[in-house]
Structure formats: C-alpha cells, structure tokens
Design a protein around this ligand. Structure first.
Ligand code: Z5A
Ligand code: MG
Length: 208
C-alpha cells in the first residue's frame, strides 16, 4: 500500500502574530495525536544564503529591494527537494512563513506583485494557509516588536494590505490570533487535522 503524502501547511501573518509559537505547538499537537509532522521555517538562517538574509534583517548588510527579494526566494528553492521528499514520506510540514511573506514584504516596499511572484513560480503550493490576523494595537503590545528591520507600525500596515491581496479562499483560512495561545492552537489544529484527513491521493501542486 502506498503512503498517503503529508500535508503542506503554512502559517502566515503580520509580525508577532504568533506564527512561530503556533507552528511549534501544532507540530507537538499533531505528533501527540499520532501524526508525523515537522517544523520548517523561512527564512532558514542556517544556510549560506540564510546567513546573508540574517545580516540584512539585523541591519548588518545592505541589499537593494530586488536582491533581497531574490535571496528570500532562493532560500525557499534550496529547501524544495527536501520538502518534497518529506511530504512523499507521509510527513506533514508545518511551515513558518513562505512565499506569501516573500511577496507581501517586497510589494509593501513598492515592487510590483507580478515581479515578486515570478521567482516563486514552481515552488510547492501549500494545501492550507493559516493566516493569523492581529490588530495593530495587539501587535505593538507583544514582546520583541521593533528589534529588526521592517518592524515599524507604518510598514506593517502596508504588509497587512499586501497579504490581504494574496488571500485565496480556495486554500486560505483567516484566523483571529488575538486569543490565548492554547485556544489558538486548538482552532488551528482543527483546520490542520481536516486538511491532513483530506490528503489521500491528492498530487502535490505548484505555485502559483
Ligand atoms: N521576510 C521577508 O521579507 N521575505 C520573506 O520571504 C520571508 C520573510 C520568509 C523575519 O522573519 C523577517 O523576514 C520578517 C518578514 C521578512 N520581518 N518582519 N517584520 P521571521 O519569521 O524571522 O520574524 P520573527 O522575528 O520571528 O517575528 P515573527 O515571525 O513575526 O513573530 P511570530 O513568529 O509571528 O510570533 P512569535 O515569535 O510566536 O510570538 C511573538 C511574541 O508574542 C512572543 O513574545 C510570544 O511569547 C508572544 N505571543 C505569542 N502568542 C501569543 C498569544 N496568543 N497571546 C499573547 N502573546 C503571544
Ligand atoms: Mg516567527
């Protein structure tokens, strides 16, 4: 009998909406309920390309808007084969930011949507995007906001508008993140579970 593939589940949302916390909780929850699941995050700062991105985000290196956009995209391409292999082995991937962050942050700087989407064409398309929504006030009150590049209120407002343009009701689910950590995990786990159960013979699709 062939293995049912894992689901590709992406968490997106504005800064501090709790993506990393929730991705980790979700992997733990899925594992406890007997499903194989793995956490993956972008940017992956552990690669050579990721280390350049890290220098940029921490204001230790400058790149023009197009260059940093392509580096973020390259950072996802580096992982494509590994992700495909894991999914085919039946492992569900819970991904902390993906191409949607890539497009939203660059488009918020003024690059065109089409230009921003192009380098993402051919990457794996998620089965489910869980988009965490958070009001500006709630975002600003959370710990750690303001330490890195892009972490300012005006820019985050533009990012939010760009994310909203990417919304696609066929595989996106908006979730209000302004609730307790555990309540939010329960809501997300329900959506994740439904998606995993619906996998059966679904082929992997590609963006965009
Ligand atoms: N970027 C890009 O430009 N292009 C790309 O292609 C990609 C990314 C992939 C760094 O990303 C930057 O890269 C990011 C987008 C850009 N720039 N910005 N802004 P990152 O993923 O490394 O960003 P980060 O520094 O980890 O922040 P974050 O991901 O936005 O935070 P989060 O993961 O959404 O939140 P968190 O770390 O889980 O939680 C934040 C805080 O809130 C923390 O103190 C928690 O304890 C607290 N928290 C979490 N959940 C709750 C609840 N439910 N209630 C109250 N408090 C909570
Ligand atoms: Mg994070």
């Amino acid at each position: 009998m062939s293995t049912t593939r894992g689901a590709l589940i992406v968490l997106e949302g504005v800064d501090r909406s709790g993506k990393t916390t929730q991705c980790k909780n979700l992997v733990e929850w899925l594992s406890k309920s007997g499903k194989k699941a793995k956490y993956i995050n972008f940017p992956d700062r552990s690669t050579d390309c990721g280390s350049l991105i890290d220098k940029f985000l921490t204001n230790n290196q400058e790149f023009n808007d197009e260059t940093i956009h392509l580096l973020f995209s390259l950072n996802r391409w580096e992982s494509k084969s590994k992700m495909e292999k894991l999914l085919k082995e039946g492992i569900t991937l819970v991904v902390d930011r993906y191409s949607y962050s890539g497009v939203a942050y660059s488009a918020a700087k003024g690059l065109s949507y089409d230009w921003c989407k192009n380098p993402e064409v051919g990457l794996l398309k998620p089965d489910l995007v869980l988009y965490l929504t958070l009001t500006c006030e709630a975002m600003l009150s959370r710990k750690g906001f303001g330490n890195e590049r892009y972490e300012n209120k005006e820019f985050q407002k533009k990012v939010r508008e760009c994310f909203e343009k990417l919304y696609d009701s066929s595989y996106w689910q908006n979730v209000d993140a302004n609730r307790s950590e555990m309540d939010l995990t329960q809501v997300l786990a329900k959506y994740a579970d439904e998606t995993i159960l619906s996998m059966s013979n679904k082929p992997l699709k590609l963006l965009w």
